[in-house]
Design a protein around this ligand. Structure first.
Ligand code: ATP
Ligand code: MG
Length: 193
């Protein structure tokens, strides 16, 4: 048996939505990944300018989203580590936990364009193959020269957590943009009300 192929899909997931899940299942399929870890950020340093929902609530939403979906897992490593969530630390921790596995770092095209601003990005590049999940027609920016990289095309889904939080606050429906079990978690915990 070859090395286990593990996708690492980080996010704030505030809330997790269908765009995230379409990305995860398509990357898993395209790259024959054994597992995709949906890594819930503890304190996302890119989002220091707004209030982020408590980590246990975001983890509960991701756990509800992946329930029963083969190969997708909710990962609480960054929450357990505490402090700001840097992908370089997460990849190193996974490398130590699972020395035999091959790591694939998944990002949407919006993040791929700003990857060069990330903390200890050289360490990230050494640890993982980058998987950019993008709408058809995306071309890699020059900042990604030197990366091991794969592109996975998915239909453009203009769904964002930012828009969903606004919808929830206004009482507009979240249905079909967010999986039903996640909508239940939002209602039960009174999130975004
Ligand atoms: P926010 O609006 O708060 O920024 P978001 O919807 O962008 O939230 P994040 O948790 O910031 O969600 O994103 C996690 C990952 O999912 C990132 O790599 C991002 O590029 C990717 N992603 C977000 N939305 C989509 C989408 N609609 N289709 C594909 N990938 C997405
Ligand atoms: Mg975003």
């Amino acid at each position: 048996m070859g090395a286990s192929r593990v996708g690492v899909f980080g996010g704030t997931f505030d809330p997790v939505h269908v765009g995230h899940l379409v990305a995860a299942v398509n990357a898993r399929h395209a790259l024959a990944l054994d597992r995709v870890l949906m890594v819930v950020a503890n304190a996302p340093w890119q989002k220091a300018d707004r209030t982020v929902s408590p980590a246990p609530d975001r983890l509960a939403m991701v756990a509800a989203a992946v329930e029963g979906i083969p190969g997708l897992e909710a990962c609480s490593l960054e929450i357990e580590r505490g402090g700001p969530s840097y992908t370089a630390d997460t990849l190193q921790a996974l490398r130590e936990q699972e020395p035999g596995s091959e790591l694939f770092l998944m990002v949407g095209a919006d993040l791929a364009d700003e990857l060069h601003t990330w903390e200890r990005i050289d360490a990230v590049r050494k640890e993982a193959t980058l998987v950019v999940v993008n709408r058809p027609g995306w071309t890699p920016p020059s900042t990604l020269v030197g990366w091991r990289m794969q592109a996975v095309e998915i239909p453009a889904l203009s769904i964002s957590s930012t828009d969903l939080r606004a919808r929830a606050a206004d009482g507009r429906p979240l249905d079909f943009l967010i999986p039903a079990p996640v909508v239940r978690v939002i209602r039960d915990r009174g999130l975004y009300a």
